[in-house]
Ligand binder design. Structure first.
Ligand code: ADP
Length: 590
């Protein structure tokens, strides 16, 4: 009933939670005082025929207690809320950090919609756990106990009834808990599945429409939401059923106490005022237990989300165990001489017998690659899809480490270089440049946040982006990304090139776009790319023959191995895979 990891997460707000529980206990104490005052007033008014004037003082007391109780409960709720917000914030931060550390390769292997659902909805649903369930758990344990201590000396018979009936509620909860947990897990899975599916569909809308499959997908979404509806209803059914049973049990138990008190009252074994007090206080005894039952159900979706959150967080622990340092820059800083920025910029990049296997039982994406790239050299990677080209990039960007062999830069294995230091040497241009929601300026500045305005502008000019940026009414302050101006593919590319200019890194990793841009954009982009490549080491995944031809050296990858290497002419003469690639290319584009 208590998730240990969540309990650990709540330690940082333990003082707030303790205050919540103390306030809850104070509120319960006030309930006792209220019951006491009430039974006194009723006894005075009905049995002793007291007049209103003599009852004023206790009546004011009752009113005061009711008000104070309200205030204390409100305070308790606020403090609990604050605690929950802090824990949620912390968990969200950890989750995001974990995703960043795990890197793009991990996120690509997961379903984005499901991760988003966990990060937003999932973490949000933890509020019920921290703000309501956890404090209630303590209160349900303490308040009835305190009340028993108070009631026992007063009337041991009632206390005995309470003592016997009280524990039935938690036992019942435990019985129904397993079933509720199972149903709630199904509901959470259905929700994640639905979010993931929805995002997949949105992202693939163009493809689906082109292939005339959007209706099928709408049907799938319909089915997924139907299953979500069903699981939600079954969760609600259990929650309502359990609320009903709890209500029933507390009513029966209260009735039991009432009957016992009534019988003793008839036989004059107990005085009226005391009996009334006990009767009024009995529901207050069960209240924390009943609330615990209700809150338990509400907290379940948070627990399920937590399971997923910790699954991602645990990946990092595995990561640091397995690979020691990937993405964890502090750990990379081992003693010994480290190459300076300048040495890194001027160093050869050496792959020594590098192999990479993604899945333990899968085939090698790279298989014993030996490679040396000299500073300033322009190397084109070609090869069929799945040959391992992107894997070379992922390795160079420090997103993964070789399963075998090593990559050496300036005499140091890449794994031992702090990832951030090494990445500062790299500019990466992907096939589809990613623009964040924000202004054009912010998007360019991403490469070097501290750059001067003039530098940003200069970079944009070099990337042939300045002109079109100035056609927008807000110029560099134009919002792009979601909800912002819609840039054409070519314009987005130019912003990305401006970023690379601004970064001014010594190594350029270029994943050439396969999709055709319009002839004019392509021309402009080619020009600025050529300018960008000057004086830098360039490794590009090339798809177009004219880019490939211009490279100093071409590496032909096939099934994770370097099949051929040489210049365009040399490779053509060999009549191998490259010559075949060229023939196919010419055939297709002729
Ligand atoms: P290319 O870029 O030449 O198309 P990749 O480097 O992407 O080739 O892929 C090489 C091989 O590794 C392929 O068989 C691909 O299926 C596999 N692969 C690539 N990325 C992953 C990954 N994240 N997890 C598992 N396998 C992968």
């Amino acid at each position: 009933m208590i998730d240990k990891r969540l309990l650990r997460a709540s330690r940082r707000v333990s003082s707030l939670l303790i205050v919540t529980v103390i306030l809850g206990i104070v509120a319960a104490g006030l309930a006792v005082a209220q019951a006491y005052a009430l039974s006194h007033v009723v006894a005075e008014a009905f049995l002793n025929k007291a007049v209103l004037t003599s009852l004023w003082t206790p009546l004011v007391w009752i009113l005061g207690i009711i008000l104070l109780r309200g205030v204390v409960q409100w305070l308790s709720a606020i403090v609990a809320q604050e605690a929950a917000i802090r824990v949620k914030e912390n968990i969200r931060e950890q989750f995001l950090k974990a995703l960043i550390q795990l890197g793009p390769l991990y996120a690509r292997g997961e379903r984005a919609g499901e991760l988003v659902n966990t990060a937003v909805e999932g973490i949000e649903s933890l509020e019920d756990y921290f703000a309501r369930y956890l404090p209630q758990l303590a209160m349900a344990g303490l308040i009835p106990l305190f009340m028993l201590f108070y009631i026992f000396p007063l009337d041991y018979q009632t206390a005995l009834v309470l003592l016997v009936t009280g524990p039935i509620i938690p036992v019942f909860m435990m019985l129904i808990g397993k079933l509720a947990e199972k149903k709630s897990l199904q509901q959470w899975r259905a929700l994640s599945w639905m979010s993931a599916h929805f995002l997949d569909m949105l992202q693939g809308l163009a493809t689906l429409k082109v292939f005339g499959r959007s209706k099928d997908q709408a049907r799938v979404i319909g089915r997924v939401s139907e299953s979500f509806r069903k699981t939600t209803l079954s969760v609600l059914r259990i929650a309502f059923l359990s609320a009903l049973v709890l209500e029933f049990m507390t009513t029966i138990s209260t009735a039991l106490v009432a009957v016992a008190l009534g019988v003793r009252l008839v036989y004059g074994k107990i005085i009226f005022e005391e009996a009334l007090f006990l009767l009024v206080i009995t529901p207050e005894f069960y209240l924390p237990l009943r609330n615990l039952g209700l809150r338990f159900h509400a907290s379940l979706s948070g627990v399920n989300a937590a399971n997923r959150i910790y699954e991602v967080l645990n990946q990092i622990e595995n990561l640091t165990e397995d690979t020691e340092d990937l993405g964890n820059d502090e750990l990379c800083l081992q003693s010994g001489s480290k190459p300076s920025e300048l040495e890194l910029a001027k160093a050869n990049i050496i792959f020594r017998n590098v192999s990479l296997v993604y899945d333990a039982d899968g085939l090698a994406a790279l298989d014993g690659v030996d490679l040396e790239i000299r500073p300033g050299e322009h190397v084109a990677l070609v090869g069929p899809s799945g040959a391992g080209k992107s894997t070379v990039f992922s390795l160079l960007m420090h997103f993964i480490k070789p399963t075998k062999g090593e990559i050496i830069i300036a005499g140091t294995p890449l794994e031992q270089l702090p990832a951030a230091q090494w990445r500062s040497q790299i500019a990466y241009l992907s096939q589809q440049p990613y623009l964040f929601s924000g202004t054009i300026e912010e998007n360019i500045r991403l490469a070097r946040p501290e750059a001067l305005d003039s530098e940003v502008r200069e970079a944009a000019e070099k990337a042939a982006a300045h002109e079109f940026i100035m056609t927008f009414p807000n110029g560099y302050q134009t919002l792009v990304g979601e909800g912002g101006a819609r840039l054409s593919g070519g314009q987005a590319q130019r912003i990305a090139i401006a970023r690379a200019f601004l970064k001014n890194a010594s190594l350029l990793l270029l994943d050439e776009a396969t999709e055709g841009l319009d002839a004019e954009s392509e021309h402009v982009i080619q020009d600025s790319l050529s300018e960008l490549m000057k004086g830098r080491t360039v490794l590009m995944i090339a798809h177009r023959l004219n880019t490939v031809c211009q490279a100093d050296r071409i590496l032909v990858l096939d099934h994770g191995k370097i099949a051929e290497t040489g210049s365009h002419q040399e490779l053509l003469q060999r009549q191998g895979l490259y010559a075949q690639f060229v023939r196919e290319y010419r055939g297709e584009t002729a």
